[in-house]
Design a binder for this molecule. Sequence first.
Ligand SMILES: NC(=O)c1ccc[n+]([C@@H]2O[C@H](COP(=O)([O-])OP(=O)(O)OC[C@H]3O[C@@H](n4cnc5c(N)ncnc54)[C@H](O)[C@@H]3O)[C@@H](O)[C@H]2O)c1
Ligand SMILES: [Zn+2]
Length: 363
Amino acid sequence: MKIRTLSAAGYPIHIGKDVFRELNRMLNYSELKRSAIFVLVDENSLKHCYPVLLRQVKRLKEAELIEVESGEENKNIDVCTNIWSALSSLGADRHSVLINLGGGVIGDMGGFAAATFKRGITFVNIPTTLLAQVDASVGGKLGIDLDNLKNEVGLFTDPAAVFIYPEFLSTLSQRQMLSGFAEIVKHALIADRKYWQEIRDASPDESLEAFIIRSVEIKNSIVKKDPKEKGLRKVLNFGHTIGHAIESWSLEGGGVQLLHGEAVAIGMVCEAWLSAKRCGLHKSLLNEITSYILRTFKTVRLDKFDDLRLIELMKHDKKNNSRDKINFTLLSEIGSAETDRICSVEEIKGSLRYYREQANLIG
Ligand SMILES: NC(=O)c1ccc[n+]([C@@H]2O[C@H](COP(=O)([O-])OP(=O)(O)OC[C@H]3O[C@@H](n4cnc5c(N)ncnc54)[C@H](O)[C@@H]3O)[C@@H](O)[C@H]2O)c1
Ligand SMILES: [Zn+2]
């Protein structure tokens, strides 16, 4: 049987093309065998993934389907209320199970709805985007947005299990694939030099399943040591201090519309430059990271970029401990990250200038 199972902090993560045998076993032979089953989808996972799941997991023929509209703008309390109401009116009880079939929005919001419905029912996540498979699937963070504040309301609760079926990615757009791929690149850069070399030298399509497994292993091993994000887990923020600011700026109408991973890719180039300046990353490695990222991800002309606005956004990021200090996770080597590095406004501006120069050289 081709299946890889990792044990996360409190739950198994199954990866491979035979994962649904394991889901069948869970639904037919565990204490869940008499539970009512609910499946949460959006229109895309309903169209592309649900039929595949239904063919492989016969018990889902009796499941109730709950559909919500796709998109980050729907990851909010109103849609969550609709999910609670649907569960309630369809007769869900404390023994019911919610299966979240979709990207990170479905996983985060469905998990949040399940973890709070009747003080918490069992839920299972089946992530169907690359970002959700390699990132949101691990770590037990659930939540919804509040107005324009991302993940402002939520909690840590583990799913009963996660099932990663890489073939679901065949219907994902190339743009969404690359957005998820940015997190794979990040995992290699912060934790595993050999993995970075494999990524650099391979074609992503060929080795995707192996990359998913390695990335989940890396995130899992970090999260296991710091389940509630007290310290170590901050290594996962590499590329994200600047990346989040660029993402927010693009959502504010900054001129370019960027997906999370596209913004993080830019953030990684800037923060690699800061790593060379402040953390001893060798210049040749900075060049290697920059040229790989610029040729793999969409380069964005940041001429219209308002550096001061970006720095303002960084100061307001909840991941920074204090309002006036901007906190970074930087690389001392490829495969080795250091947290809580404070950089000055001038240094940050320098890193944005570096991205601009490099992106204009290539694009
Ligand atoms: N909990 C965590 O630790 C964690 C980590 C990272 C990100 N997140 C959250 O995840 C969300 C982003 O996740 P995402 O990028 O998966 O976004 P998403 O859920 O919005 O999915 C992106 C798009 O792909 C569509 N889609 C999903 N599966 C598909 C498939 N197989 N084929 C075709 N289309 C498909 C969706 O309907 C959507 O339109 C954010 O809300 C973010 O906060 C959470
Ligand atoms: Zn991210």
